[in-house]
Design a protein around this ligand. Structure first.
Ligand code: KDG
Ligand code: MG
Length: 405
């Protein structure tokens, strides 16, 4: 089998997605996701200009060699643009191999370790009561684990809480530049315990709870947060601290037994090797798109398993359903799978473009037996939704200092 064509399609069915389609001389094609939010055209140009020409004529079955060629064979290793490009190629090649073999990708990885994939849903509210009402809706639908985020009194707009806006495009209005939102660690620390205390009061001790700090704290503040929330028994606290310096998590560990999760912006295992090896974290949240595909995600899962670290892949809506499907196959296989983030199966618009073989029941995803990744992409539908420049917001302290997003 030979690769005959490589197409890069940037579309915006509700959000921007960069989709890679690799075609072969046997009529089989594979799909990959290369979306890097806010930098979509950079990854599209990298793929079109620098990667696609190197793929034509190659045997798509040689997934490992092609991965090494695109990683080691380039002077510039790592980084989100490079790794998302490699990630999309790798996903598309696993898709092709599965279709050629007539098997879903989870079978190629080693088969099912479980019947279905446990999810955590998002409850984002403008007040604590509103957040808990949203949690109630998820519990009714059968979710066993919920992530709680609530707006902070006295701050106008908090991460993940869009108020009356339905998405980040609406937040940007006619000015497609990053919106700016305020942050105060003092106000956050003063309110956060109440959210979890009330959640336990209302929903009891069985339901799983998570929380995302979005890297807003210092290590010692994160230690204090962990101590404060320990009695509410969270499944994990995510991104308590941005960990360019991985030793930050050593400080957190010295102060709290609250489980820690991190990894959604990491591109290679080198970004989290020390945290995993030293058992400073409990969940690794890397995404197949941003970590360079299914091939390294499988290695990272095995490496993590040696240190009691479980996988909890990123599942935000800016990962396309192709990446999501790749996660589902990895999640069915990984012996140390923990949990999958879930914010819904796309929107009406994105569901015109992407078709997938996944069923949601009682807070779990059941994966169909379609060969490959089990996703399809309608290029005509995608053409109806052209790319629109878009950014996530930035965060500033109340005195104007730029803060971590
Ligand atoms: O669109 C932003 C997301 O990619 C991400 O930042 C959301 O932190 C997030 C999460 O945990 O899903
Ligand atoms: Mg997050």
């Amino acid at each position: 089998m030979k690769i005959t064509d490589v197409r890069v399609i940037v579309s915006s069915p509700g959000r921007n997605f960069v989709t890679l389609k690799i075609l072969t001389d046997e009529g089989i094609y594979g799909l990959g996701d290369a979306t890097v939010n806010g930098r979509e055209m950079a990854v599209a140009a990298y793929l079109e200009e620098h990667v696609a020409p190197c793929l034509i004529g190659r045997d798509p079955h040689q997934i490992e060699d092609i991965w090494q060629y695109l990683y080691k064979g380039v002077y510039w290793r790592k980084g989100p643009i490079t790794m998302a490009s490699i990630g999309a190629v790798d996903m598309a090649l696993w898709d092709i191999k599965g279709k050629a073999a007539g098997l879903p990708v989870y079978q190629l990885l080693g088969g099912k370790s479980r019947e279905a994939v446990t999810l955590y849903g998002h409850a984002n509210g403008s007040t604590i009561e509103d957040t808990l009402d949203k949690m109630g809706d998820l519990v009714k639908q059968g979710f066993k684990v919920v992530r709680l985020q609530s707006a902070i009194p006295g701050l106008d707009g908090t991460y993940g809480v869009l108020g009356d806006k339905k998405d980040y495009f609406a937040l940007q209005s006619d000015r497609p530049l990053p919106p700016e939102l305020p942050w105060s660690t003092v106000k956050y620390m003063n309110m956060i315990e109440e959210l979890f205390a009330k959640a336990r009061e209302r929903f009891g001790n069985e339901i799983g709870l998570c929380h995302d700090v979005h890297s807003r704290l210092t290590p010692i503040e994160a230690g204090r947060l962990g101590k404060m929330l320990e009695k509410y028994n969270l499944l994990f606290i995510e991104d308590a601290v941005a960990a360019e310096n991985q030793e930050s998590y050593k400080i957190i560990r010295q102060h709290t037994t609250a489980p820690m999760a991190i990894g959604e912006i990491y591109n290679t295992v080198w970004d989290c090797k020390d945290m995993i090896e030293n058992q400073w974290i409990d969940y690794i949240r890397m995404a197949a798109t941003h970590a360079g595909g299914i091939t390294p995600m499988r290695r990272i899962a095995d490496f993590s398993a040696m240190y009691h670290v479980r996988t909890a892949p990123h599942g935000a809506p800016d990962l396309s359903p192709i990446c999501y499907a790749a996660h589902m196959h990895l999640n069915l296989w990984a012996p140390n799978f923990g949990i999958q983030e879930f914010v819904g199966f796309g929107t009406e618009k994105s569901n015109e473009v992407f078709k997938y073989d996944l069923q949601l029941r009682d807070g779990m995803v059941y994966v169909g037996d379609a060969p490959g990744l089990g996703v399809d992409f309608d290029e005509d539908a995608a053409a109806r939704y052209p790319y629109k420049r878009s950014y996530l917001p930035v965060s500033r302290l109340e005195d104007g200092t730029l803060w971590s997003w």
